[in-house]
Design a protein around this ligand. Structure first.
Ligand SMILES: [Zn+2]
Length: 380
């Protein structure tokens, strides 16, 4: 499985019905109708009684459970899953290999109410990824029951992350991040943790040619309320995938392609046999840091501050009448020498002003600034 082949495959199978960041049950229901191979079932219902779907592919001996959109506003990997489903619909060699060796159970949207509202939390305002012990929510119970019934050999826990993350304390954005979660306070390197590390290390190696130094790993602080830590503690290798930011890709369509490569590569490593003694390369992946803002205006004079400052702007994602908007909000006004903007605007010590009555203050929404009589849009 090489990059050229996977990229060609992606362009052939990309699901045209799914695009952008706002992906809900009604979007995926249309796509489910086009699939002929999987066994599709409804595992149960969300707080607001939306169905939670499961798809089963293949009939091989290795069982892999994958779920996405446990956080309702993290939709990139859901798009990726449907692209993968289209691969499984073909007679392609990759498809045959995976489906002969593995049985996959996939839950594309675990939190359909959060997806509908574009929130991380569910309709009861609970973060499902902090509910793995209490199992207080119907969505958490459904995932646990799926785990109990299916008895997976591996778990893929698919998420999305904000644009703030860098791979290490660097100016390299963490376009993808991974974690083999800890399963105890001591963060012991158990066989199942190492197996997850081996898979992640091989995904990292393959994707370096696409995104050099653009992959990070999360720290493995132990929290049994997180689903990954809990499933890992059951002795099942569990991988956290996080789809992040790629330059100018606020719709996360490029990252969708990179996730597609990462998911299929992960499956391929499993099919070929995971040798847990090769786990050490995992630790070469830099730990994530928070070095990015969406925009930084450098060396600006502004009426509210003495001297020259940098102005950091971060997008707030707001759902308005069924459409997602990116609202620029001022996050920080100070010298930001160790931070980077996905977009940087050099003010060269000139005055930067807001339009009309508004001031440049932390927390204010700012769609445009005026710099040297020029109006600059801050929208993506
Ligand atoms: Zn998440």
């Amino acid at each position: 499985m090489n990059l050229m082949l996977l990229n060609t495959l992606f362009s052939e199978v990309k699901t045209s019905g799914l695009h952008g960041r706002y992906i809900t049950n009604s979007d995926i229901e249309k796509c489910l109708e086009n699939l002929s191979k999987p066994k599709i079932s409804t595992l149960g219902y969300s707080v607001e009684e939306r169905p939670i779907y499961s798809l089963k592919f293949g009939n091989g001996p290795i069982k892999i459970l994958l779920w996405s959109q446990m956080h309702g506003n993290e939709s990139t990997s859901t798009k990726t899953l449907f692209d993968c489903f289209n691969v499984f619909e073909t007679e392609h060699e990759i498809s045959k290999q995976i489906l002969e060796q593995c049985t996959l159970e996939v839950i594309p949207i675990l939190n359909p109410d959060g997806a509908e509202r574009y929130t991380r939390i569910n309709a009861n305002e609970v973060d499902l990824n902090r509910d793995a012990q209490d199992l207080s929510q119907p969505e958490s119970k459904i995932l646990r029951q799926a785990y109990i019934d299916f008895k997976p050999d591996y778990c893929f826990n698919l998420h999305g992350q904000r644009t703030i993350f860098s791979a290490g304390e660097t100016n390299k954005v963490a376009t993808l991040s991974f974690l083999s979660p800890a399963q105890d306070q001591e963060r012991q390197l158990t066989a199942n943790r190492k197996a997850a590390m081996v898979i992640i290390a091989q995904i990292n190696e393959l994707l370096q040619a696409e995104i050099p130094n653009g992959i990070g790993r999360y720290d493995d602080g132990f929290n049994l309320n997180c689903v990954g830590d809990t499933f890992q503690s059951f002795g099942v290798p569990t991988l956290l995938y996080e789809a992040g930011h790629y330059r100018n890709d606020y719709d996360r369509e490029e990252v969708r392609r990179l996730m597609f490569i990462a998911v299929l590569k992960g499956l391929e490593v499993i099919v070929n046999g995971v040798h847990a003694d090769a786990y050490k390369a995992y630790f070469d992946i830099p730990e994530n840091a928070k070095c990015f803002y969406d925009i930084i205006i450098r060396n600006a004079k502004c009426r509210t501050m003495e001297g020259c400052v940098d102005i950091a702007i971060q997008y707030k994602e707001v759902l308005k009448q069924g459409k997602l908007e990116f609202i620029p909000i001022i996050e920080e006004i100070s010298k930001l020498n160790s931070k980077f903007g996905h977009k940087e605007i050099e003010a060269n010590q000139f005055l930067v002003e807001a339009i009309g009555e508004s001031e440049l203050n932390i927390g204010s929404e700012i769609d445009f600034v005026i710099l040297k009589n020029e109006r600059i849009s801050l929208k993506p």
